[in-house]
Design a protein around this ligand. Structure first.
Ligand code: CTP
Length: 393
C-alpha cells in the first residue's frame, strides 16, 4: 500500500515533504487517521532512524523555520510557515524496569524496532517519506478495517498501564473495540493503575476530557474496573454533555479538563495527589459536597437577591455543577442575567454624598445591590435617590 497522494493532501505538509533532508517516517495517529480517512490531526509526528535532533535542525533550516522543545526522549518540534509544526523524534526502543515506570530508551536500528514499542497495532504503522510506502508489521491496516484496538504483545498494559486509558479513548473516539484477548489483558492489568504517579493519571484524565465524548470513555473505564482501581466514581450520567452545553450557552469558556473533573468523585485530597491546581481541586470537591443543600436553598429562594446570595456563599463551581446535575429553574436567571448586575454607584459616589469611609459604606452598597437585583433600582438616578435615603437614615 502507498499513501503518496494522501501525504501531498495533508494540510500544510507539502513544504515538509519538499524539504526533507533524508529518509524519515510519518508515524502515530496521523497515519492511523489518514488510513481511516478522518480529518488530519493537529500533531504530525516524524520518526528518524538516527539522530532526530540533528535531522530536525536541518529540516528547520530548509523550511526557514526553527526548533523548540526537546523532551526527555529527544523529540524536537520544527516550526515553519505562519504557525505550522511537525514533531521529529529519533526512532527508539523501550524497556520497562518496573510496571508503570517510565521506559528506558535506546536508539532503534530500524523503523520496525521503533514500531514494536508502541501501544496498539493501529498506532504502529509507519509511512516512509517522501515516497509514501506503508510499513505495517503488526497488521494494523487489517485491524483498522475490523475496528479493533489490539496490543502488540501480552506485557503491553503491564509495561504501561496508561494504555488502558488510551484503549478506552480510541474505542470511544473511533467506534472501535478491544479484541477479546486485549480486553482480558486490560482487565488483568487494571490494578496496576494504582502504581501510576498522580501527574500521569491527571494527564490521562485530561486527555479523556479533551475527547468529544468523554463520558463514553469514562463509562468504559468504569466497566473495566478502572474507577475502582483509582478509588473514584464517575458521573452522574449526562453530566459532561450538559456541562459543555451550559458552558457554551453562557459563554463561560471553562476548559474541558476543568469540566471533566466535575465528573470525578474522589476521596478528599485525591485531586491534590494528582497535582490538579489547588484552586480547582477545592472548587470541584466543594461542588460535590455542597450541591444538595445548594439546590434546596436556591429552590427556596424568594427573591433574585436570595439566589445571588446562595451563589456567593457557595464554591465557584457549585452553581454550574448543580445546574448540570438536574434542572434548577430558579438558578437560570443567575446565569442569564443576575451575574452581570453591577451597581453604577461606588464608594466614591457615596463619599460625594457625604458618607465617609466606614463599615457603613459596605452596608449601603450591599443594600443598594440587593434592591437592584430585585429590580427596584433601574437607573443611576434611582441608585442615587436610594443612596441618599439610606445615608440619611
Ligand atoms: N504511544 C505508545 N504508548 C503510549 C503513548 C503513545 O505507543 N503510552 C505511541 C503510539 O504509537 C501513538 C504515538 O505514540 O500513536 C503518539 O502518541 P499520541 O500523540 O499520544 O497519540 P496519537 O495516536 O498520535 O494521537 P491521538 O491519541 O492524540 O489521536
Amino acid at each position: 500500500m502507498n499513501l503518496g497522494r494522501e501525504l501531498v493532501e495533508l494540510e500544510r505538509f507539502e513544504p515538509v515533504l519538499d524539504a526533507l533532508p533524508g529518509p524519515a517516517y510519518l508515524v502515530g495517529g496521523t497515519v492511523r487517521d489518514l488510513l481511516l480517512r478522518r480529518p488530519p490531526r493537529f500533531d504530525v509526528d516524524l520518526a528518524v532512524v538516527g539522530d532526530g535532533a540533528a535531522y530536525a535542525e536541518q529540516l528547520a533550516a530548509r523550511l526557514n523555520g526553527h526548533v523548540t522543545t526537546h523532551d526527555r526522549f529527544g523529540t524536537a518540534t520544527v516550526h515553519y510557515g505562519s504557525d505550522a509544526h511537525v514533531d521529529v523524534a529519533s526512532a527508539r526502543t523501550e524497556t520497562y524496569a518496573a510496571p508503570g515506570a517510565l521506559p528506558d530508551v535506546a536508539p532503534a536500528a530500524s523503523i520496525e524496532a521503533d514500531l514494536a514499542r508502541r501501544d496498539f497495532t493501529v498506532n504502529a504503522i509507519a509511512v516512509s517519506l517522501p515516497d509514501g510506502a506503508v510499513v505495517d508489521p503488526h497488521r494494523g491496516i487489517e485491524h483498522l478495517r475490523d475496528r479493533l484496538v489490539r496490543v502488540l504483545h501480552e506485557q503491553s498494559f503491564v509495561d504501561d498501564p496508561t494504555r488502558i486509558f488510551r484503549a478506552a479513548r480510541y474505542e470511544a473516539r473511533l467506534g472501535f473495540r478491544m479484541d477479546p484477548k486485549t480486553e482480558t489483558l486490560a482487565l488483568i492489568a487494571v490494578p496496576q493503575l494504582r502504581g501510576l504517579s498522580g501527574a500521569r493519571i491527571r494527564e490521562e484524565l485530561y486527555a479523556i476530557f479533551a475527547e468529544d465524548d468523554p463520558e463514553t470513555v469514562l463509562g468504559r473505564l468504569q466497566a473495566l474496573g478502572g474507577a475502582d482501581a483509582l478509588d473514584v466514581e464517575f458521573g452522574p450520567p449526562g453530566l459532561q454533555p450538559r456541562l459543555r452545553d451550559l458552558s457554551a450557552r453562557y459563554g463561560l469558556k471553562e476548559p474541558t479538563w476543568h469540566l471533566g473533573l466535575l465528573s470525578v468523585h474522589a476521596p478528599a485530597g485525591r485531586l491534590d495527589e494528582w497535582k490538579v491546581p489547588r484552586r480547582i481541586a477545592d472548587a470541584v470537591e466543594a461542588a460535590h459536597r455542597e450541591e444538595p443543600a445548594f439546590r434546596e436553598r436556591v429552590a427556596a429562594a424568594e427573591t433574585p437577591a436570595d439566589v445571588v446570595r446562595a451563589v456567593e456563599d457557595a464554591g465557584p463551581d457549585t452553581p454550574l455543577y448543580a445546574l448540570a446535575v438536574a434542572d434548577l429553574p430558579a438558578l437560570l436567571p443567575y446565569f442569564e442575567r443576575l451575574r452581570n448586575v453591577r451597581l453604577e454607584l461606588d464608594g466614591d459616589d457615596l463619599a460625594a454624598l457625604g458618607l465617609d469611609e466606614s463599615p457603613r459604606v459596605g452596608e449601603v452598597l450591599e443594600e443598594l445591590r440587593r434592591r437592584k437585583l430585585n429590580g427596584e433600582l433601574v437607573s443611576r438616578a434611582d441608585e442615587l435617590a436610594a443612596a441618599r435615603e439610606l445615608i440619611a437614615e
